[in-house]
Design a protein around this ligand. Structure first.
Ligand code: HXC
Length: 257
């Protein structure tokens, strides 16, 4: 499959998508969205792939939605085409996705990173929701996901002023899971993805589904959902193998990874 705006590779059990519009700091245009969804469709369907890494360049994960593409759109255009709705498909993937972010992750770039299950940031990463400076507002989930991740006060600060947040503040605020040196970013993200991909596939996917529920439901409902899914795991061979391997003091051989 050939792509114009991304590079797609498989490294063992890890699917790697590299955003590749260097002339526009990986600005997210409609071709890129279509291609990312196509790549994710293939990774979802590929039984060999257990975890996905999304990354950009050293300078930018992505500097936002493509301003040049959307500057002339009208309200009816955006409404009829349900502009940006394709990003909901990116956000609702069932296999885990890690965003490996170096440089700018602004606007839609920050929102894309937050659609992933967690973010590993290079020490050079800069996050922001600068849409307010363009006379608009976040439109790919930023007001919702940023608020859940870093809380109302900081989300308001970011969205209303459009200021950028460096990697350390982002880690302190709960936006990113960890910071690594820029030179090691992709290798560290792939290593982490390999670890996840080596686990029981149903256990990984059910865990992701259960953590995602925390955003959608009450604590009591979420805990009930978790328990039911946990019960379901006792129907997998991997549960037997994982627990047996612990007792026999050996590494587990999961069937489904
Ligand atoms: C289109 C972009 C772009 C973008 C950068 N470029 N960001 N093109 N859309 N979001 C282009 C520039 O026009 C330029 O092209 C080239 O990439 C290099 O960018 P420079 O600005 O020259 O680089 P630099 O001086 O290093 O500044 C980097 C930057 C700046 C601080 C990241 O590019 C910037 O502020 N970009 C816009 C960030 C932003 O506002 N993002 C939010 C977008 S709105 P040329 O051809 O001139 O060399 C959004 C959601 C909107 O994401 C939701 C609305 C409903």
């Amino acid at each position: 499959m050939s792509y114009d705006t991304i590079i797609v590779e498989t490294r063992g059990k890890v699917g790697l998508v590299t955003l590749n519009r260097p002339q526009a700091l990986n600005a997210l245009n409609s071709t890129l969205l279509t291609e990312v969804n196509r790549a994710l469709d293939d990774f979802d369907a590929d039984r060999n792939v257990g975890c996905i890494v999304i990354t950009g360049s050293e300078k930018a994960f992505a500097a936002g939605a493509d301003i040049k593409e959307m500057s002339e759109l009208s309200y009816p255009d955006t409404y009829v085409d349900d502009f940006f709705a394709g990003w909901d498909r990116v956000a609702s993937r069932r296999k885990p996705m890690i965003a490996a972010v170096a440089g700018f992750a602004l606007g839609g770039g920050c929102e894309f990173a937050m659609m992933c299950d967690f973010i590993i940031a290079a020490d050079t990463a800069k996050f922001g929701q600068p849409e307010i400076k363009l006379g608009v507002m976040p439109g790919m989930g930023g007001t919702q996901r940023l608020t859940r991740l870093i809380g109302r006060a900081k989300a308001m600060d970011m969205c209303l002023t459009g200021r950028m947040m460096g990697a350390e503040e982002a880690e302190r605020s709960g936006l990113v899971a960890r910071i690594v040196p820029a030179a090691d970013l992709v290798a560290e993200a792939i290593k982490t993805a390999e670890t996840i991909a080596s686990m029981s596939r149903p256990a990984v996917m059910m865990t992701k589904e259960s953590v995602d529920r925390a955003d959608e439901t009450s604590l009591a409902e979420g805990v009930r959902f978790e328990r039911r899914v946990f019960h379901a795991m006792f129907g997998t061979d991997d549960q037997r193998e994982g627990m047996k391997a612990f007792i026999e003091k050996r590494a587990p051989q999961f069937k489904s990874s």
